[in-house]
Design a protein around this ligand. Structure first.
Ligand code: ATP
Length: 356
């Protein structure tokens, strides 16, 4: 494997507008050396535009992009894309079909370095030794993906940018290729920014995740923190499955039909009053209730649907007070459709959002 000293990528107050419409509204980001930072956000929030700005394919109205001490764009400074030492892997991989694998990879190198053995070296890095003479069309999707990676890595970039690189792959292959790319990025230790709208992909690959919404970064944190302590109600719903249940809270305790639940203090501005409580499906527990329906027994309800996945199941429960809950069970759900159940909470102190 190649070794290199990893760089810091610093983005400050980047603003980009298209036809006077602001797209990036002041983005700050610090990517640590050797870190894989995932930009996660819905379609159209500006992820690709931010990546293209880093690569020099868009000119921001204000703001700066700096690698270590080297300013690439900033007041009075503009380094063109081919001098930035940034590698980019695009959504469609952009391989040339009429060129061999080796010539596709060599395309990423300055002319005088194309016959130096670097192509073979980088093909070996991505596990494609011996594939140099093949045409891209004769390779599997996963292998084509690795050619695109090899081309981006060939000139030894200081930072690697990947824009939804798995979107061309079908679901089965995607997981496999994701693991390969994850291992490769970790082994290379290169500073990388990975764009996706897929939450699972973000969680699996990201050392940290920057959640983007409408041209801004709403939270930058470890995947586990984004999941358990989302910075906004919007993020709570965007990442993972969620129940947001209305309740009154006093002294950082939410009073819910199925008992009192401790809240993390001051995570979202206020502990007391009307809140919506974040309950992840795996933090709720159901047991069959052996009593016949009576109006509004706290925590009791009816199983409306069971969605079975094998490794677990999602049970949709309608509480007697009308609230619907999604509850994750193990591979043998303790109840089936039509059963009466009692719900309890078994999670850690959770987060709540003040009701407007
Ligand atoms: P996706 O996942 O769909 O690619 P994204 O988060 O990467 O979404 P961008 O591609 O950065 O979003 O686009 C952000 C917004 O900017 C969109 O509304 C898009 O239509 C608009 N946009 C992007 N490029 C241009 C352009 N060259 N001219 C005008 N509008 C643009």
């Amino acid at each position: 494997m190649e070794t290199r000293s990893a760089r810091t990528l610093r983005i400050s107050n980047i603003q980009v507008a298209f036809n006077n419409t602001p797209i990036l509204k002041g983005v700050d980001l610090l990517v640590e050396p050797g870190e894989v930072l995932v930009l996660l956000g819905p379609s159209g929030c500006g992820k690709t535009t931010l990546l293209r700005t880093m690569a020099g394919l868009e000119r921001p109205e204000t703001g700066s992009v700096i690698i270590d001490e080297r300013t690439l764009v900033g007041p009075g400074t503009w380094v063109p894309p081919d001098r930035r030492r940034i590698g980019m892997v695009f959504q469609d991989w952009a391989l040339f079909p009429h060129l061999t694998v080796a010539r596709n990879v060599a395309y990423g190198l300055p002319r005088d370095q194309r016959n130096t053995g670097r192509v073979e070296e980088v093909l070996a890095t991505v596990g494609l030794t011996g594939f140099g003479d093949r045409s891209p069309a004769t390779l599997s999707g996963g292998q084509q993906q690795r050619v695109a990676l090899a081309r981006a890595l060939a000139p030894q970039p200081e930072v690697l940018l990947l824009d939804e690189p798995f979107s061309n792959l079908d679901t089965g292959l995607r997981t496999e290729v994701r693991t390969e790319v994850h291992r490769l990025l970790t082994d290379l230790g290169i500073t990388a920014v990975f764009v996706t709208h897929d939450q699972e992909e973000a969680f699996v690959l990201g050392d940290r995740i920057a959640v983007m919404n409408d041209g801004r970064i709403e939270q930058l944190a470890l995947p586990s923190e984004v999941y358990t302590r989302p910075a906004s109600r919007w993020i709570a719903s965007f990442v993972g499955e969620v129940n947001l249940v209305g309740a009154e809270s006093t002294d950082a305790t939410a009073h819910l039909p199925f008992g009192d639940i401790p809240l993390l203090r001051n995570t979202n501005g206020r502990d007391d009053g009307s809140v919506e409580v974040l309950l992840r499906p795996e933090d709720l527990l159901i047991a069959k209730a052996d009593i016949s329906p009576v109006d509004d027994i706290p925590g009791h309800g009816l199983v409306e649907l069971v969605e079975y996945y094998g490794h677990d199941a999602m049970v949709l429960v309608r509480l007697d007070n009308g609230a619907g809950l999604r509850i994750r069970t193990g591979p043998v759900p303790p109840a089936i459709r039509g059963d009466r159940v009692v719900v309890t909470y078994r999670g850690l102190p959770t987060t709540a959002f003040p009701t407007a």
